[in-house]
Design a protein. Structure first.
Length: 490
């Protein structure tokens, strides 16, 4: 009986450790820092994030001290939990605790010697504390390992160039020569020319070119993504009808977000009433605003005075709208879903039902317009951008955030990166710049950072387990998967 009792006790300890481990993973991957404990969230903590090195902050998620404690507990019970050690080491790297991180990487490597990403994380951490010779040996081993699929990433991490533009140029050269960015070079052979002609009936929505090829077909839904050889735009064809889009965004699309949004916005309202500042979007936009301020946002606000007006196109649950209200803006939003409009109005926001092109706003009505994770959902982005230009005042500003298909995370993901069922267009730096500049805007700033906003790929990226040193280097060369664009009406 005693042996049975001990066995049951040990099983309970292991199960408890597993529960703690799963909770730790949940905390680490939690996208909203105050999801679990909104009252305990302190806006001042936002100042601790280092945005200067290319938004090197994306692994700060959830309650980090609690996550570290949970992982420590799990490893104490079962020292062979490789993923737990990797997650813990990555978190310690994020907090610049390199020596204990190295110890956990070493322990994990003893259990999983064939985990090549683990070796890569270990090497960059050694390099970070000056152990270059040890790191170089691991880099060389990875580069010559036939099973290593990311030798190009090893080359990138070993570059030591202070000029960011030069570093970006070198990295692009590495990618072009070693990986070729898997973009179709359709003008090289007769058969490629013939294939392009087969799809000549499809025209690029951005540049109008007809040399278009089928790039990706979703195996589950047969949804097709095409690629324009001329300008590099990726887009869904055939496009859904207006009826299909209306149905998609009106039948409970926003329902999963409403309860938490109401909780957050209620706290925001309570704090606003007392004169305190509460950031309803947390880290998601705090660093974005710091980036915009570095590009002159505060000066622009001072120039246009206290009657400044902004419009958030595709405002969802109005978190960004609340941020602008915090900054003294008169803010309103546009949405297509009656459900979300009713919610926003109940929360006290001015929101009208779109699409934008059908609302007949007066010319030069707004000083600022925003589209955050919206432009990729629109059936006609060019028409929307033209309408934004019309309703903005002279020198009015436009901010866009969208997934960036010209990115290293997209390269790692391969064609599966295009499997998102909601996105109709997949922009990159080149195509987004072309869209704006050809429709009356001047680019003031463009930043790409590692955010993994593609829901279809976030799990794969998390399983890959690259640490923050690697993420920061990807950010440094401006090849992250989330594009931020700040533009001005010319």
């Amino acid at each position: 009986m005693a042996g049975l009792s001990n066995a049951m006790c040990n099983e309970k300890i292991v199960n408890t450790a597993t529960d703690h481990y799963q909770q730790a993973i949940k905390l680490i991957r939690e996208p909203i820092p105050f999801e679990q404990d909104i009252d305990g969230y302190i806006p001042e903590k936002l100042a601790q994030f280092d945005y200067r090195d290319g938004f090197a902050w994306t692994f700060y998620r959830g309650n980090i001290p609690a996550a570290i404690s949970e992982l420590d507990h799990a490893i104490a019970v079962n020292p062979n939990l490789v993923e737990a050690r990797i997650l813990l080491a990555n978190l310690l790297v994020t907090q610049k605790k390199f020596e204990p991180a190295i110890e956990h990487y070493q322990q994990a490597m003893r259990v999983a010697p064939d985990n090549l990403v683990l070796h890569l994380n270990y090497a960059v951490t050694l390099s970070q504390i000056g152990k270059e010779s040890e790191a170089a040996l691991i880099y060389q081993s990875l580069r010559t390992n036939p099973k290593c699929q990311f030798a190009w990433l090893v080359d990138m991490l070993q570059l030591d160039v202070k000029n960011h533009r030069e570093l970006e140029r070198l990295v692009l050269k590495i990618l072009e020569t070693k990986v070729k960015l898997d973009m179709p070079l359709l003008r090289q052979t007769f058969w490629q020319k013939l294939r392009a002609k087969l799809y000549a009936k499809v025209e690029c929505p951005l540049c109008g070119a007809s040399e278009i090829v089928q790039y990706y077909i979703n195996p589950k839904t047969n949804r097709q993504v095409f690629y324009c050889v001329e300008c590099g735009l990726y887009f869904v064809f055939p496009q859904p009808t207006e009826t299909e889009l209306t149905k998609k965004y009106t039948e409970g699309y926003f329902a999963p977000f409403l309860a938490n949004a109401e909780k957050i916005l209620t706290v925001w309202q309570e704090w606003s009433a007392t004169g305190k500042v509460f950031s309803p979007t947390g880290k998601q936009f705090s660093l974005v605003f710091q980036w915009l301020e570095s590009l002159g946002l505060q000066e622009y606000e001072s120039q246009i005075g206290c009657n400044r007006k902004m419009l958030d196109i595709g405002c969802a649950t109005c978190g960004l709208l609340a941020e602008f209200i915090n900054r003294g803006w008169v803010a309103e939003g546009v949405e297509v879903s009656p459900e979300i409009i009713a919610f926003n109005r109940r929360m006290g926001f001015k929101v009208v039902q779109g699409p934008l092109e059908q609302l007949s706003y007066s010319e030069q009505s707004f000083d600022f317009a925003t589209m955050t994770h919206v432009i990729e959902h629109l059936p006609n982005p060019k028409q929307t951008v033209q309408e934004v230009w019309r309703i903005l005042k002279p020198k009015g500003k436009l901010f866009i955030r969208t997934p960036n298909c010209d990115s290293i995370p997209r390269l790692i993901a391969g064609k599966d990166w295009f499997s998102d069922q909601d996105h109709l267009f997949f922009f990159g730096t080149r195509t987004l710049t072309k869209l704006l500049e050809e429709n009356g805007f001047r680019i003031l700033g463009l930043k790409n950072y590692v955010g993994i906003d593609m829901e279809t790929y976030s799990e794969v990226w998390n399983e890959l387990g690259l640490n923050d040193i690697i993420r920061a280097r990807i950010n440094q060369v401006n090849l992250g998967d989330v594009a931020l664009v700040y533009a001005e009406k010319m």
